[in-house]
Design a protein around this ligand. Structure first.
Ligand SMILES: [Zn+2]
Length: 66
């Protein structure tokens, strides 16, 4: 199963691929562009992400990062 997620901080897009695992796992994925924790999951799946579209909206004038 695949799905597309967008980092809410910088706008980069990732293609996520899930792999079924036997135990319930809580984990999260971090954006490699800005470091934002853009996807948090808690189920019997493990997710692997692949950057498909790089955006750097967080570097723009609207950035709230200090
Ligand atoms: Zn990001």
């Amino acid at each position: 199963m695949k799905q597309i997620e967008t980092c809410q901080n910088c706008g980069s897009k990732y293609e996520l691929t899930s792999v079924r695992i036997h135990h319930r796992e809580k984990d999260s994925l971090f954006c490699i562009v800005c470091g934002f924790e853009y996807y948090i999951y808690n189920d019997a799946k493990s997710w692997y992400d692949k950057l498909i579209e790089r955006h750097e909206n967080h570097l723009g004038s609207k950035s709230k990062i200090i």
